[in-house]
Design a protein around this ligand. Structure first.
Ligand code: 5GP
Length: 174
């Protein structure tokens, strides 16, 4: 995949506008209550960083690393916890921040992990992108930025073989 083969799916302006809308919704929901935001590395790094800047409540940020994709554009179908060390989340409002929900296996793994290990005050799942068409689980994000059809996207944190995470837009190979 080469950068000049990419078509823009969501521009920087569209992404930033939608993130501000999501943050406004969350600010209303949490009403200044403290939130622990969990960024799922590496893909959600840009989204999480931009989203929390618009949140008004006291925030603690945590970072965990999972992987499900093998080489290229094929999912391995298995979620692998690379680093899932977390503080005590009992009685906390937990907001999981992901880049994309595809099959939903990662989202399910994570929400089950949190709910099996902690009695949180609330657990919400937020994903920038939602590929509803590829879902194999019954998981739905509480918040999502954009629904997309079944294309492999890169940019704004999302990679192809480790590249393209630094793009300010989200694109796909035409
Ligand atoms: P799921 O477990 O829902 O099948 O997949 C979630 C993970 O797969 C995402 O966090 C992301 O890392 C990866 N993924 C799924 N679809 C895409 C895509 O279109 N592009 C990229 N770059 N990664 C994807």
């Amino acid at each position: 995949m080469k950068i000049d083969e990419l078509k823009v799916l969501f521009s920087e302006e569209q992404i930033q506008k939608r993130i501000k809308e999501l943050a406004d919704e969350m600010n209303k929901l949490y009403k200044k209550e403290e939130v622990t935001a969990i960024c799922v590395l590496k893909g959600a790094v840009m989204f999480a960083a931009d989203l929390v800047k618009h949140l008004d409540m006291p925030i603690q940020m945590e970072f965990i690393r999972l992987s499900s994709y093998g080489a290229g554009t094929t999912t391995s179908g298995k979620v692998h916890a690379v680093d899932i060390s977390l503080p005590d989340l009992n009685n906390k409002n937990v907001l999981i921040i992901e880049d994309i929900v595809d099959t939903g296996l990662t989202a399910k793994f994570l929400t089950d992990f949190i709910n099996n290990n902690f009695k949180t005050k609330s657990t919400k799942f937020c994903s920038l992108l939602d590929k509803k068409i590829s879902r194999v689980t019954d998981i739905e994000p509480d918040y999502f930025g954009f629904e997309i059809d079944n294309k492999f996207v890169v940019g704004y944190g999302l990679d192809f073989d480790g590249y393209f995470r630094n793009l300010r837009y989200i694109g796909y190979k035409n």
